[in-house]
Write a new protein. Structure first.
Length: 391
């Protein structure tokens, strides 16, 4: 989505699609009354509804595309160390993917493991953020909850979140923070925060703390959200109901967007019958429909903008061809483009730019649009074309 940031004095005004979270919460948390509303209350409600209508208009703007630019990341079944990255080749590839004149975001990860992580971002990550934002690339940073303490550490994580907002908020190209990662997944501790004690509480308190620091610092460009790993059944509904119950009005007022991690054909609900592209399209529509019509209302966030925070399809030498990767990527993006005004999708992030290790047998080393030596797979040019057409 082409997101404009308007300067008003020294304070940046948040894009309308991000503002709708607060407006949504005002409507969702308003207490019923038997008396006629006052003029000020009626005006506040009209303002909230106006923001919601403007957000729907902004949903028709181009998607904001992005990508996880690394190779290594959390693996469900474990994986060896990724091959070393080459910063110059990585940045060159990102510049080739982005559409001139349109926003493009990198989806990065930081993690809280204990009190030593609170003070500042690690030097390697700080350098990456500096390089990306200097090049005009937006940064969306995931703040993962990975405490080493056996009982969890929600208060420590909250301090970590506050510290990151204060550190990164002044950088106007740091535009989004995702609080926790896949807190609904209670297995796979290398990939998902739900495996750690107190993850749901960390999500709620972290979102509220982040928004408080954004408001306090006047970092109007910095949108706060959380994500959900695509799943079906009662567990999915329970996750969002728990957020509404435990978060309360302050949480709902603090949410600017909600992300979904969807890997059709790899993780999540099983694909239906038929050819791969049709099955991926159907699965993508089903995910968006469930999120918009069922899960977000259950959380008290019926109009929150949706970001596809992770979407990918790894290759391997046997069962997952590079042609199939291109087919899945195209089907997912074209389905989102066709339905995004209906479901309110504002962003799409592919996972990921480069293979962690193109030589390993496990498909979890092969998510990239490029091999580990930065030579492109066919899907690299496919994604570049999709960004150019729809970004």
């Amino acid at each position: 989505m082409a997101v404009s940031v308007v300067m008003v004095g020294p304070v940046l005004v948040q894009p309308v699609w991000a503002q709708v979270g607060a407006a949504d919460a005002q409507a969702a948390t308003a207490k019923p009354t038997k008396t006629r509303p006052t003029a000020s209350a009626a005006a506040a409600r009209r303002a909230a509804l106006t923001k919601a209508r403007k957000a729907r208009l902004r949903w028709s703007a181009p998607l904001e595309f992005g990508i996880y630019p690394g190779g290594g990341a959390g693996a469900v079944n474990g994986r060896g160390e990724p091959r070393p990255e080459v910063a110059e080749l990585r940045l060159s590839a990102l510049q080739a993917l982005r559409k001139p004149g349109s926003p493009f975001a990198v989806h990065l990860y930081d993690a809280y493991t204990g009190p030593r992580d609170v003070a500042a971002t690690p030097a390697w990550l700080r350098d990456q953020i500096t390089d990306y934002t200097a090049a005009g690339i937006r940064v969306e940073l995931v703040l993962r909850y990975r405490p080493t303490a056996k009982t969890g550490d929600v208060s420590g994580f909250t301090a970590f979140v506050r510290s990151r907002v204060r550190e990164l908020g002044p950088n106007v190209n740091v535009t989004s923070l995702q609080i926790t990662n896949e807190a609904n997944v209670t297995v796979a501790p290398d990939a998902a925060d739900g495996a750690y004690p107190g993850a749901m509480k960390a999500l709620v308190k972290g979102v509220v703390a982040a928004k408080q620091e954004v408001v306090r610092g006047g970092y109007g460009q910095l949108a706060i959200g959380f994500n959900w790993a695509d799943e079906s059944g009662p567990r999915a509904v329970q996750f969002f109901r728990t957020l509404r119950r435990s978060g309360g009005p302050s949480f709902r007022r603090s949410v600017d967007w909600v992300g979904v991690d969807a890997y059709p054909g790899t993780w999540g609900p099983k694909l239906g019958n038929g050819d791969l592209a049709s099955a991926v399209g159907a699965a993508t529509r089903s995910t968006l429909r469930s999120l918009r019509k069922v899960h977000l209302p259950a959380a008290g966030l019926p109009r929150a903008p949706i970001v596809i925070a992770e979407s990918g399809y790894p290759t391997d030498a046997v069962a997952r061809t590079e042609a199939e990767q291109s087919k899945v990527l195209t089907a997912a993006v074209e389905t989102i483009v066709a339905t995004r005004k209906q479901y309110g999708v504002v962003g799409y992030r592919w996972f990921d730019l480069r293979d962690a290790d193109s030589g390993v047998a496990s498909f979890e080393g092969h998510y990239g649009l490029m091999n580990d030596d930065y030579s492109p797979k066919p899907a690299f040019d496919v994604y570049r074309g999709l960004v150019s057409r729809h970004g």
